[in-house]
Design a binder for this molecule. Structure first.
Ligand SMILES: C[S@@+](CC[C@H](N)C(=O)[O-])C[C@H]1O[C@@H](n2cnc3c(N)ncnc32)[C@H](O)[C@@H]1O
Length: 316
C-alpha cells in the first residue's frame, strides 16, 4: 500500500536541496544509451529528468495511483515513447531488461524506513545490469546528544500531571518513541557532543536491513541538560553529488528533517562527561523497531554514574 498524497509528492519536488542533488546526480550519470529504472516514481520526476538528460529507455515503477498522472505528464513533455510506467511494486515486477542506472528515494525521515533496504537489495540483484549504478550510492547516519527543552517538553507536556493526575504510564510510552524534528528546532547550538557516525548504508554492498553497531562513546563538550539523541543522515547520490541534513548545514533537504530520541529524563551534564550510546534498528513486519541504550558517566574527580536508560519503541 502506498500512503502518499499528491501534496506529499509536491513537497518532495519543492525541496530544492533534495531535488537539485537528484537532478545533478542523474545528469552526471545518464548517457544516450542508458536504460534507467525509477523505483517509486510517483508523479515521475526522476523518470522525466532521466529522459531530459537523454536516457534511451526508462522504466518507472510505482504502486500509487499517482502513476496515472505521471503518464499524462510524460505525454505532455514528449517523453511517453521512452518511459514505460508500471503500476506495481518493483519487488513484484520482472523487467524485459536490466537497468544501467537505478534511481530511488524510498527513505522516510531516515533511510531506515519500511522496506527501503530490502527493496534496494532486490533491485540490485534482479534489476541492475552488471556494473550498473545506484542513486543514491550511500547514506551516512549521524548521532549526537542534544539539549532541547522545547522538543522534549512537547513530548511530555500532555502527560505531566494534567489537573494533578498521574498519567505517567502514557508518558513512559511516549518517551520510548522517537519524534520527527521537522521544524529543525534542534540546531548546532543544541549539540552537547561532537556528532559521530552511527552507520553507513552503502547501497552497492548492503545485505542486512538491520543496523546495530558497537557503542558510540561521546564526550560532552559543554555544560547543559541532555534531553536525548538526534539522528540525521547525509546522502551521497553519485560521485561528487551529495546533500546533508546535519544541524551544521545551512541548506538542508527539509523534506526529511531529523529524528529525536528522548531520554527517560533530562540529565545535567558537564564538560568532559562521557556518554555511551548503543543504538539498534531492526526491521520487523515492514516497520523499524528501535532501541537506544544510554549510559552517562561524570568525569569529575569521582567518576560516577549519572544516568542509565534502556529504551525501545517496542515498549507499550
Ligand atoms: C518518498 S516517495 C518518492 C517519490 C519520487 N520518486 C520523488 O523522489 O520525489 C517514495 C515512493 O516509492 C513508492 N514505493 C515504495 N516501495 C516501492 C516499491 N517496492 N516499488 C515501487 N515503488 C515503491 C511509494 O509508493 C512512494 O510513491
Amino acid at each position: 500500500m502506498s500512503v502518499y498524497s499528491l501534496d506529499d509528492y509536491g513537497r518532495m519536488i519543492a525541496d530544492r536541496v533534495r531535488m537539485d542533488a537528484y537532478a545533478l546526480a542523474l545528469k552526471s550519470v545518464v548517457k544516450p544509451d542508458s536504460v534507467v529504472l525509477d523505483i517509486g516514481a510517483a508523479t515521475g520526476i526522476h523518470a522525466l529528468l532521466a529522459c531530459k538528460f537523454g536516457a534511451k529507455k526508462v522504466y518507472a515503477i510505482e504502486p500509487n495511483d499517482a502513476v496515472d498522472l505521471a503518464q499524462e505528464i510524460a505525454q505532455a513533455n514528449g517523453f511517453a515513447d521512452r518511459i514505460e510506467f508500471i503500476h506495481d511494486f518493483s519487488t513484484d515486477v520482472t523487467l524485459p531488461q536490466q537497468a544501467d542506472i537505478i534511481v530511488s528515494d524510498l527513505r522516510g525521515v531516515l533511510p531506515l524506513f519500511s522496506e527501503h533496504i530490502p527493496t534496494i537489495l532486490d533491485a540490485r540483484q534482479r534489476h541492475l545490469a552488471p556494473g550498473g549504478l545506484l542513486i543514491p550510492q550511500k547514506d551516512t547516519l549521524w548521532a549526537a546528544v542534544v539539549e532541547t527543552r522545547v522538543v522534549y517538553n512537547e513530548i511530555i507536556r500532555p502527560w505531566d500531571y494534567p489537573y494533578g493526575l498521574n498519567m505517567n504510564a502514557a508518558k513512559q510510552v511516549m518517551l520510548n518513541r522517537w519524534v520527527h524534528d521537522d521544524t529543525e528546532t534542534i540546531r548546532a547550538l543544541n549539540l552537547l557532543v561532537k556528532p559521530q557516525v552511527w552507520a553507513i548504508l552503502d547501497y552497492a554492498s548492503i545485505e542486512n536491513p538491520n543496523v546495530s553497531n558497537s557503542p558510540l562513546v561521546l564526550e560532552v563538550t559543554r555544560e547543559g541538560t541532555a534531553h536525548g539523541v538526534l539522528i540525521w543522515f547525509d546522502a551521497q547520490l553519485a560521485d561528487g553529488v551529495s546533500f546533508s541534513n546535519s544541524p551544521y548545514t545551512k541548506k538542508v533537504a527539509e523534506v526529511y528533517g531529523r529524528g529525536f530520541f528522548p531520554f527517560l529524563e533530562p540529565v545535567s551534564v558537564a564538560q568532559g562527561d562521557s556518554i555511551t550510546l548503543q543504538i539498534q534498528a531492526d526491521l520487523v513486519d515492514e516497520e523499524y523497531e528501535w532501541q537506544w541504550h544510554t549510559r552517562i558517566v561524570a568525569q569529575s574527580k569521582t567518576t560516577a554514574l549519572k544516568a542509565e536508560f534502556k529504551q525501545s519503541t517496542t515498549y507499550d
